[in-house]
Design a protein around this ligand. Structure first.
Ligand code: URA
Length: 192
């Protein structure tokens, strides 16, 4: 039986399945439209996210907001979350055992939102959702089907801040995302 949002929030809040919860200020569940046709999955909370309890609110978050704006999507119409709900110390990448420990929370979120499309932001989201053999540089810009959900990866906004030359490819991925949402009949609803 599927759990409710309230039950999931409680499970995440109580979770001590890995060591990340020992050093973070708070769990960051994610936010946005809980019934969104489009879900975005990043890596994990950073400093600002840990302080505010909101996903993608730091510099990378501002860039993500602008990436969505570039295809006319208001950020509050999509659902945004991360592979792990606790901030890894010094913003290091989550370790495989931490990703595994947090995966049930992410899968429960996906089951509740029921998105038509998931946009994977960066290598960690790719590892969790597509598998450890997929490389962001090779798989970005391609559609994958998992059950009745379509998934595509693009570069993480933090990677774009480090290397703006990747913005060109990311823009191509965003246009493919818009096209797919249009062909699924989900784009117009996201604009409302
Ligand atoms: N903020 C997030 O919420 N996730 C990331 O992956 C990066 C910044």
């Amino acid at each position: 039986m599927q759990i409710s949002w309230a039950e999931l929030a409680q499970q995440v809040s109580d979770c001590a399945a890995c060591e990340l919860c020992e050093d973070c200020i708070q769990k960051v569940m994610g936010q946005g439209d809980p019934n969104a046709a489009l879900m975005l999955i990043g890596e994990g909370p950073g400093e600002q996210e840990d302080k505010t309890g909101q996903a993608f609110v730091g510099r990378a978050g501002d860039l993500l907001t602008n990436m969505l704006k570039a295809i006319d999507l208001p950020r509050d119409r999509v659902y945004i979350c991360n592979t792990v709900k606790c901030r890894p110390p010094k913003n290091r990448a989550p370790k495989p055992d931490e990703l595994e420990a947090c995966q049930p929370h992410l899968l429960a979120q996906i089951a509740l939102v029921k998105p038509k499309v998931i946009f994977l932001l960066g290598a960690t989201a790719v590892r969790v959702m597509l598998g450890p053999n997929y490389r962001i540089t090779q798989c970005r810009g391609q559609w994958f089907e998992r059950g009745d959900i379509k998934m595509m990866a693009t570069f993480h906004p933090a990677a774009l801040l480090r290397d703006p030359r990747r913005k060109h490819d990311t823009w191509a991925d965003l246009k493919l995302l818009r096209q797919e949402l249009q062909s699924l009949g989900a784009y117009a609803d996201l604009l409302k």
